[in-house]
Design a protein around this ligand. Sequence first.
Ligand SMILES: [Zn+2]
Length: 269
Amino acid sequence: MSVARRIPVLMYHRVGATHNDWERRYCVPPSLFAGHMQKLAARGMCACSLDDFFAWLAGDKELPEGSFLLTFDDGFLGVCEHAAPVLREMNWPATVFLVSQLIGKEDEWCRSHNPSGASYPLMAKEQIEAMRGMGFTFHSHTRLHPDLTTLSDAQLADELAGSRQDLQALLDEPIPYLAYPYGRYDERVLKAAQAAGYQAAFSVQPGFNRRDVHPYRIRRLDVFGTDTPAMLARKVFFGSNDGSWRQTLNYYGERVKSRLGLRTEGTNQ
Ligand SMILES: [Zn+2]
């Protein structure tokens, strides 16, 4: 078995029907989600569990080449309705980052971003319980999904430590991992996440994760609702949010140039 030297982490948000261009970016229709997973499986890829990912990161475990981690931000009900059945069929685990004070409610923070002002339901405790039985794991996406960089120190501590407490009480297990809302963080937020007891945090910085990745800056690839299965496969291959053919052409163009001695620095690591 060849072993993984770098592991991509995929980030999805909602899975369901889309009604405008903004939603088409942040929401993947159910049939397309199934197509994404089938494409990755056809490429010999396999989703690993969050525990395996961190054991690999710590150097305690090897994982096969083609391993990737699947994450869903926000905890939309559509993930339970549409993505969970696909993943159960494939026996692939995934992680959901929950907004702990909005469990069983709606994505209030999106109303000001979605041009139609629509909001969508988030999972309630029953759905979370059912998904845990299917191998899903749940971690923190703060209490109310604020941009953490804009908060006072006291608010920041409440959003970070408070969300851990909420979820520990709900799930009766430790909550060591965080995904920064909007991927927004700075040095102060990173230190606060550490102080609140998180052991690692996921950003939205694209790229692969190697074992030397900073544990509070784990990289993720953003999957859009407009990504065809072939585009997703290219994103995963290149470790980039750009799944276009242009990316592929640039990559091979750079390789040719470097072989000809026209350019020596590496590309796209
Ligand atoms: Zn989010």
